[in-house]
Design a protein around this ligand. Structure first.
Ligand SMILES: [Ca+2]
Length: 588
């Protein structure tokens, strides 16, 4: 579900641009009057106090300008087929324009185009020399823009004008996307950060009711996992007298992935890191960047274990034809497998489905077992996707920073009131809201949002939750009350939704409980390089991943022997891997 929301947000990529941020002769009709004003100025004062500067701190306005400053914008969101304005809002009259006006940022629409024409329009404008002052692109264009000198160096503007909230937003991914944009220490753009690689770490999901039925403990090593998988396969863990279960579910079609059935956590447990794309960068003991799959010893130990499990039947015979959806619905969801790896939402659908078949079904999240005697780590990587720029011709490069400060303040539930959040972020199903802002500053709704939800469930007080959180809170409460009353009805969709959310958020064995523990223990191997790959490396990446996936699957089924991983490595380097690693070492 989270994945679906994320893809909706990504698909709705904002392509609005902004031009000409010179001083204007602003007329009084747009003078500040909304209630956002007083809040904004209060916050500015607070920021000023918080960010005491040696020069003249009280003069820094993080959210706008002391004098009306006109910005011309190009708009493409309004012509998008899925876009709907709230009530009476229009391109010229909406909550975000009011907020900008209240902060002396006066917008004037330079052009309005269909989203499909936005990049062409922008390119034409840049070539003509008269182009928007603030605009965005995919990060793959970042170096081109920097080399063309069309965009400003914002290093100093960011240092001086970034609010504490904006800095915290950039830390959602540990600062990786922002740092990936530095060239010789200088910044020429700001990334949209809606990825939290810490929060999206994968955990192990296991049937707690099966462990209890067989008198087994939660496995903490890969050897123990193999023993549990044997018991789940041969000892009738569901007690129905049928030989209808097995141990570990794997997605054989895409064995390293971002969903259910991912095998990468198993490789991680042996010190190898493939990520979801297969092209990962880790640092070796000499500080050089090497491929995360270059640890042949670790990879071979993990492959040997999986080959052994396949041979003894504790991995499904037909795993090579399974994808994440099969595992979700027909394996975990049907109560056939007892163990799988996946993200925080990887038991939502399976728990709701499997409970209909077996009311005692209990799926819990646990830390990935250790493979090599050390605590298993997760690979954390984040790259820039959308990048926002300010033109090198703009006399106020801080305009970009101030626009971002406003968006981060009003598009994150933790930074504003529930009413403000609903107004400036809006209802994602109907749009408007954040879409009319010039910069999108909504972050991933990670641990902070989760912490508020968990606290409310524990205290029974939902007063401080935003609209989205209250919806989840009510669902979880409905489920928990039904369990307490003995009235749980697994066919009731409201109970299913509550149970699904429970596996993510609540209790000692929720996904979030495990992930918070991972964060506290720093169980992460950070990507040594997060830069956007060159076209050549990018083109080779798909071939390299295909080769890697084929090698892993063939080794598990025994079609290839484990030691052939060494010759695979030679091929991987020769087919473009060597160039990718060299590029990372050169550009880091
Ligand atoms: Ca059985």
């Amino acid at each position: 579900m989270k994945k679906k929301l994320l893809s909706v947000l990504l698909a709705a990529a904002m392509t609005i641009s902004l031009a000409a941020c010179g001083q204007s002769s602003f007329d009084e009709k747009g003078s500040p009057s909304s209630e956002g004003i007083s809040d904004t100025s209060d916050s500015s004062t607070q920021q000023t106090e918080d960010q005491a500067d040696a020069d003249s701190p009280e003069e820094i306005n993080y959210y706008g300008f002391d004098e009306p400053t006109t910005v011309k914008i190009g708009i493409s969101y309004a012509a998008a087929p899925d876009f709907t304005f709230y009530g009476g809002e229009t391109v010229d009259n909406n909550a975000w324009l009011d907020l900008y006006k209240a902060n002396n940022i006066i917008t004037d629409v330079l052009y309005e185009v269909d989203p499909s024409q936005e990049q062409t329009k922008l390119s034409t404008a840049i070539m003509s020399g008269d182009y928007p002052d603030v605009f965005s692109s995919n990060a793959s264009e970042y170096r081109n823009y920097v080399e063309s000198e069309a965009v400003a160096d914002i290093t100093e503007a960011y240092e001086k004008y970034a609010s504490e909230e904006l800095k915290a937003y950039m830390e959602n991914d540990g600062g990786m996307a922002l740092e990936s944009l530095r060239i010789d220490g200088k910044l020429y753009g700001l990334p949209r950060v809606n990825n939290d690689p810490y929060a999206s770490a994968h955990v192990m999901w296991i049937r707690k009711d099966w462990l209890d039925n067989l008198g087994l403990e939660i496995p903490t090593t890969m050897e123990e996992l193999q023993e549990v998988a044997r018991a789940f396969t041969f000892n009738d863990p569901d007690g129905n007298g049928q030989n209808d279960t097995y141990g570990l579910a794997l997605d054989g079609i895409n064995i390293i992935n971002d969903s259910l059935g991912n095998a990468d956590p198993i490789f991680n447990a042996f010190g190898a890191y493939l990520g979801k794309n297969g092209l990962t960068y880790v640092e070796d003991e000499n500080g050089e960047i090497v491929w995360g799959g270059a640890n042949a010893e670790g990879m071979k130990a993990a492959l040997q274990m999986l080959q052994d499990m396949y041979k003894e039947g504790t991995i499904a015979r037909d795993f090579i034809t399974m994808d994440y959806n099969t595992i979700m619905e027909e394996e975990a969801g049907a109560g056939r497998c007892g163990i799988w790896f996946g993200p925080n939402w990887a038991a939502m659908n399976p728990s709701a489905t499997a409970t209909q078949k077996d009311l005692n079904c209990e799926m819990i999240a646990v830390h990935v077992p250790s493979g090599n005697g050390e605590r298993a780590m997760a690979y954390a990587s984040s790259s820039a996707g959308t990048v926002y720029y300010v033109s090198s011709k703009c006399e106020h490069p801080e305009m970009l920073i101030k626009l971002f400060n406003l968006s981060v303040k009003y598009q994150n539930a933790d930074n504003c009131t529930a009413d403000e959040y609903n107004m400036y972020y809006g209802d994602s199903a109907n749009y408007s809201g954040w879409k009319t802002s010039i910069v999108y500053g909504g972050g991933p709704d990670g641990n902070r949002t989760n912490a508020a939800l968990v606290a409310s469930v524990e205290s029974g007080n939902a007063a401080n939750l935003n609209a989205k959180q209250i919806e989840n809170y009510n669902s979880i409460k409905t489920y928990m009350d039904a369990v307490a009353d003995g009235t749980l009805d697994p066919a009731d969709s409201a109970h299913q939704r509550g149970l699904a959310l429970y596996t993510v958020h609540i209790g000692d064995h929720s996904a979030w409980s495990v992930i918070r523990d991972m964060m506290a223990n720093d169980d992460y191997v950070l990507a040594a390089y997060n830069g956007v790959p060159s076209e050549e490396v990018s083109n080779n990446a798909a071939t390299l991943k295909k080769l890697l996936v084929e090698t892993i699957v063939k080794t598990i089924t025994g079609a290839q022997n484990v030691d052939s991983y060494d010759s695979f490595l030679d091929t991987w380097y020769a087919m473009g891997g060597e160039d990718a690693i060299a590029e990372a070492n050169e550009l880091r």
